[in-house]
Write a protein that binds this ligand. Structure first.
Ligand SMILES: [Zn+2]
Length: 333
């Protein structure tokens, strides 16, 4: 089969012919029908990010996966061949969290083997490409908003970066009743999309001071919750500056660069909190798939491009250079 693999040591990336993997006991082989292309993959390809549990050797990337159950490993009896499934991002083992496509082989391949515990059934009405983006691109902002930030109806929020993940954050914030929702993004297409999908106000940070504008839109106090879906040090400081007293700032965008907080005292006087966020708990993907199946939430407009596995490099390029303003790109092996 074909698999798009990154050599974690040398950084060499390519589509390789590899043997179809067999599932170990407790694992399942899934025929991949769609797999997302994510900024996290881009960070890995550039060598800016590595899994906690895996730093060398060949790794098949791709962590937003949907497909059909193909072969059950020993001891698995809860699934049948042909079942339509999405794969949750995290596998919990020995007290650790292992991320598919980061710590073990992922879904940029014709087949993937994963722990049976990570499979979630998808509603018949849901296409594979939309199901594929639920683990991570939808479940990460969902958990950031409902768990880490615990946004309450009526709270004011600002979202930095309304691209492939922040766009979903706007939709979810609308769903949970946040108000107003303020989206910050330099791209006009992204701002227009955010307005269409539920933002009340948008800010172009290149044209105006985002912090000042947020303050003026919230009666001078700032927002209750500020989310970063970009992952840039300068933005982390803006989040704090735009937060109200008792405000929570939530870091979701991957950022490994150090930065300095000039006036740490403001956190103390204003009782503000900084909370890091990663992925989602075990309930997020099943909850979201149920909401999608019932038509309460809809992310079908997010699939902005489909590529065969052999053209994965083009998909990556489109994501990196925002060719045709992508929301989510998927490979269809
Ligand atoms: Zn992702």
């Amino acid at each position: 089969m074909l698999a798009a693999q990154l050599d974690l040591g040398t950084g060499v990336f390519g589509v390789n012919e590899v043997p179809i993997p067999d599932p170990q006991p407790g694992w399942v082989r899934v025929k991949v029908r769609a797999c997302g292309v994510c900024l996290t993959d881009l960070h890995m390809l550039k060598g800016e990010l590595r899994g906690i549990h895996r730093q060398d050797g060949l790794l098949t990337l791709g962590h937003e996966i949907a497909g059909e159950v193909d072969l059950l490993g020993e001891g698995v009896d809860t699934w049948r061949q042909g079942d339509r499934v999405a794969i949750a991002l995290l596998h919990y083992k020995d007290g650790g969290e292992f991320t598919v496509g980061v710590d073990f082989d992922g879904g940029w391949a014709e087949y993937v083997v994963v722990p049976a515990s990570t499979l979630v059934a998808i509603p018949d009405s849901l296409p594979f490409d939309v199901a594929a983006i639920v683990p991570d691109a939808v479940s990460t902002p969902w958990a950031a908003i409902t768990e880490t930030a615990a946004v309450r109806p009526g709270e004011s929020v600002a979202v930095w970066g309304v691209g492939g993940v922040g766009t979903h954050a706007v939709q979810i914030l609308r769903f949970v009743g946040a108000a107003p929702i303020i989206a910050v993004d330099p791209l006009p297409e992204a701002r227009d999309r955010a307005l269409r999908l539920g933002a009340d106000f948008v800010i172009d940070p290149c044209a105006e001071d985002a912090v000042e504008k947020i303050k003026s839109l919230t009666g001078g106090t700032g927002v209750n919750v500020a989310f970063d879906f970009v992952g840039t040090s300068s933005i982390e400081l803006q989040l704090l500056a735009a937060s109200a007293p008792f405000g929570r700032t939530i870091w979701v965008g991957a950022n490994s660069k150090p930065f300095t907080l000039d006036v740490p005292g403001i956190l103390l006087f204003f009782r503000q909190q900084i909370r890091g966020h990663y992925a989602s708990g075990p309930a997020a993907v099943p909850d979201l798939l149920r909401l999608l199946g019932l038509g309460r939430l809809d992310f079908s407009t997010s699939i902005s491009g489909r590529f065969p596995l052999s053209e994965i490099s083009t998909a990556i390029e489109h994501l990196e250079y925002k060719v045709d303003n992508p929301v989510r790109l998927v490979v269809v092996p």
